[in-house]
Design a protein around this ligand. Sequence first.
Ligand SMILES: [Zn+2]
Length: 289
Amino acid sequence: VPELPEVEFAARTLRRLMLGRRVLRVETDARARRIFRPDAPGALGRALTGARLQRVDRRGKQLLLTFAPGARPGGAARRAGPAPAGAIGVASHLGMTGKWTGGPGAPATGWARASFWLDDGAVVHYDDPRMFGRLRLVPGADFAALPEVAALGPDPVADGLDARALGEGLAATRRPVKVALLDQSLLAGVGNIHAAEACWRARLDPRRRADRLSPPEVAALARGLRATFRFALAKLDGPEIEYIEEGGDNPFHVYGREGLRCRHLGCGGVVRRLVQAQRSTYLCPRCQR
Ligand SMILES: [Zn+2]
């Protein structure tokens, strides 16, 4: 399931393939209504045909695309600038299986829910087999008007991670620290894998009450979060991405490693799996306290 690093990979893919390009034609999958809700699938093509992609931003797991509208027949010339009058926004959330792919003349897979033919001959596809993702038109590119964007806390990669602010957020909740980390209003983009990995790096038991961590523990957790994202982003250097659920390699240190030795040097513990808030958590009971 895509977390911050995978969504950052998608942002880089879109910048590489689509930034500055004009959309000549759009095809959408009429069966994928829930991806495009509240609009009908065809509305995306009507809004974006002739438009040019001007910005690709990422806030947590949200990709925010800003298009400048195409020149309308007999209309005034396009204005320049980051948010021109009549800008068209698209908020893209990858859900569980969403991916942006493409290239020059790239053929669609069976999972393409939207395909964009560009003025340089490239074709960009939004693939999503399970259709939990979203591609949502945002009039005027006013992303702050979307409740799911307005509610996001700081992005630990794009905005940097402030350990003091993290400590204040954790002090305000009695939930277990790993569950608290999944709250997107605390930090945007932390998901199940990186919450578990950060706790392991900080040698913190993920069941600890968030409001009872000491300042050095919060500082260790902040370091753990920075390190796990840096590690994951460094792995995403190829042109394609494979999610761990698709059989991709497991590069992680505790996630998905139940029954295997803890990777902390000299620990000798064995990784355990437990369930917190209906999600799998992995930890080393020996070194995570
Ligand atoms: Zn250990």
